[in-house]
Design a protein around this ligand. Sequence first.
Ligand code: NAD
Ligand code: DAU
Length: 343
Amino acid sequence: MTIIVTGGAGFIGSNFIYYMLKEHPSYRIVCVDCLTYAGNLSTLEDALENPDFRFCRINICDREAIYHLFEEEHPDIVVNFAAESHVDRSIADPEVFLDTNIKGTAVMMDACRKYGITRYHQVSTDEVYGDLPLDRPDLFFTEETPIHTSSPYSSSKAAADLLVLAYHRTYNLPVTVSRCSNNYGPYHFPEKLIPLMIANALADKPLPVYGKGLNVRDWLYVEDHCKAIDLIIHKGRTGEVYNIGGHNEMRNIDIVKLICRELGKPESLITFVKDRKGHDMRYAIDPKKIHNELGWLPETKFEDGIIKTIQWYLDHQEWWKTIISGEYQDYYKKMYDSDSSAN
Ligand code: NAD
Ligand code: DAU
């Protein structure tokens, strides 16, 4: 069994590679990643020592290189994580989101059609459903919730989802789609809420909370997401969408306060900054379908997962300090200086 994992040098893709190498030691895993600012080869250091693992620096929009790789590897399964993934960057500069998230997805599926595979899996997001109001805690996203996107990022992911489902109907490509809530855990890029707050708190820097910090996200430990994808690619029904989430809704402000408490830092570091444009209020997944059909349930409780995550960032300071010492500094200044966040 050979699996191509795109975007495997990023946060969730790398966790998925380590998970699959551990759970399926007989599989060959081929990582395709062009190493954008969000991709790190150092993240895959341990995997690179495994003879059943191969890394290929390829852009998923590069049709010729992707076709060539399929001719070499004859993959059975493709799992497409590769994407521009940060909402704030999509607000500042949408174009690359359209290229990678939509055109790149089409190239990967065209290769699957041309060479044949048993499964193409699209890693999507709950953001395609838009948001829910704070005063209706009874409402959740199901697979039937209409697509209703807010940002260029979520719109590009929704466009890709529609394309994937269209390739199923039109060409009978054996596809599945998963839409997951916010992940947290090791190797999370420091531009995202949880790692950003940990890194800033450790440096006694201001903790920039957008708006009033009342927005709600449904947090899932990354390994639980990896387990869900493993189940879907082996047992999920083709042509189907599966929502993934663990009923773990938290307000941003409460997460930031929790991080302060765990690191012994004062809440006076919290700084309320200009809100993100079009900021989604609440995400909340109803995971009944994946539970009933595939028996998936989240295993890591947030109380445990967040402690493990904070400890991971304490133990791997070289990993994230290297990242934030480079061009990330320019991004950070542009995004957060003089209260210009999410411009
Ligand atoms: P990430 O930004 O950490 O990693 C993205 C990876 O894709 C990087 O390694 C990058 O180099 C690579 N990449 C980007 N453009 C590429 C291209 N054109 N060709 C090849 N490689 C390219 O992202 P993440 O947080 O790990 O998210 C992975 C996937 O999961 C995305 O599709 C995202 O939409 C989805 N998702 C993320 C979350 C979350 O909470 N992070 C939740 C639900 C779904
Ligand atoms: O729901 C799944 C999505 O989760 C994925 O599809 C995206 O790829 C992933 O980035 C994530 O999107 P969010 O926008 O929810 O994540 P982010 O970490 O950027 O922000 C989480 C919340 O925290 C959001 O309400 C904005 C807020 N925030 C974020 C940052 C970076 C702040 O208040 N301050 C910040 O500095």
